[in-house]
Write a protein that binds this ligand. Structure first.
Ligand code: F6R
Length: 341
């Protein structure tokens, strides 16, 4: 059943190039129903990993399309004033998460148009929302979400591309090759730095901040090592007090406007004793010098950087949990879909 893999999680991680490809193709064939509605106020609601996809979407909408977007944890949505009108997008792999369903019900009660992005045909959210877009991840067995996150990003990136008016499907499809390359990498040295950690900090800026949050969530839920995702600039506003040789830092440092300031953040964290694992573009000459370990990625576009860094962090969490002998597919205290508020 696991197709020769030790765990469903690893199998699902390896399915990602195909899942990404299928989802982009699927979205491309189905005309995006409510793209024009993105001109109305946009609110996104989701939980957990799906919330992290929402955070990346918010960044891309604002940065690439100049569309402001509000993002709420679905469980918090009702405690804030509801949007007066516009589009409310619920992102949910299972389509059954109680908090997300509740938020969408509330949005409908306030006359907002609702769009669901889900993986499960016929799930509750598809009956609730005005429109549904499907990610084509196939059934996800492992409790930790991996391929469904990549499929969510595929849907959301394709929406962004459509809205920008450039049909960059071909460029986007190239990302699936970069994801494949990431799957072939060896993470044993990284696991060596993480397995005995007291706590691990994941840091990035801009779109790599939500990628850091997702990396940390994967690590904590399957390895039970405490991990925090942080906007890199925030570490000095408190968490500096925790840094030591027992708190490795995983820093995503890609070329672009955040590069220089990330380099100085990494130096600050190293100076406080933390071993630093840098994830960046292959050919980078600064990162190998200042980091204890450097993970080079072949990445050309922003979308590819986001996708491949995500896959690398999934694999680091997986291999660390495996080294520690954890019950990877069924971590303690967790369920695949959370049907209580
Ligand atoms: C983490 C994880 C959870 C889910 C969250 C939302 O690996 O799986 O954080 O992402 O419970 O679930 P869905 O997307 O089904 O609404």
């Amino acid at each position: 059943k696991k197709g020769g893999f030790a765990h469903y999680m690893l199998k699902e991680i390896f399915e990602q190039p195909q899942v990404f490809y299928n989802t982009i193709r699927g979205i491309n064939d189905a005309p995006l129903p409510d793209c024009n509605r993105l001109r109305d106020p946009v609110t996104v609601v989701a939980c957990g990993t799906s919330y992290h996809a929402g955070l990346i979407f918010k960044y891309l909408l604002e940065e690439c399309c100049q569309i402001p977007a509000r993002l709420d944890y679905a469980s918090e949505f009702r405690y804030y004033p509801p949007p007066a009108s516009g589009l409310v997008i619920g992102i949910t792999q299972s389509g059954e998460t109680a908090d997300t369903l509740m938020a969408l019900r509330l949005a409908k009660a306030h006359n907002c148009h609702t769009l669901a992005i889900t993986n499960v045909l016929g799930s509750t959210v598809t009956r609730l929302a005005d429109t549904t877009l499907y990610m084509r991840a196939g059934p996800e067995i492992s409790v930790a979400a991996t391929k469904s996150f990549i499929a969510q990003l595929a849907v959301l990136m394709q929406i962004v591309n459509r809205f920008r008016g450039n049909s960059q499907t071909e460029t986007l499809l190239e990302a699936h090759k970069a994801i494949e390359d990431a799957l072939l990498m060896d993470f044993s040295e990284t696991v060596g730095l993480c397995e005995n950690a007291q706590s691990i900090f994941y840091v990035g800026r801009g779109p790599f901040y939500p990628v850091s949050l997702e990396g940390a969530l994967k690590m904590k839920e399957i390895s039970y090592i405490h991990a925090e995702g942080y906007a890199a600039g925030e570490i000095k506003h408190g968490p500096f007090a925790l840094l030591s040789e027992k708190t490795p830092v995983i820093a995503i440092c890609m070329p672009g406007e955040t590069y220089d300031v990330m380099i100085s953040n990494i130096k600050e964290m190293k100076a406080r004793g933390s071993p630093v694992i840098g994830i960046g573009r292959s050919g980078d000459t600064d990162l190998p010098e200042i980091c204890d370990l450097f993970i080079p990625l072949n990445v050309a576009t922003l979308f590819t950087q986001i996708l491949t860094a995500t896959v690398v962090l999934q694999l680091i969490a997986y291999h660390t949990a495996e080294k520690l002998g954890r019950d990877i597919d069924r971590p303690r205290n967790l369920a695949k879909s959370v049907t209580v508020e």
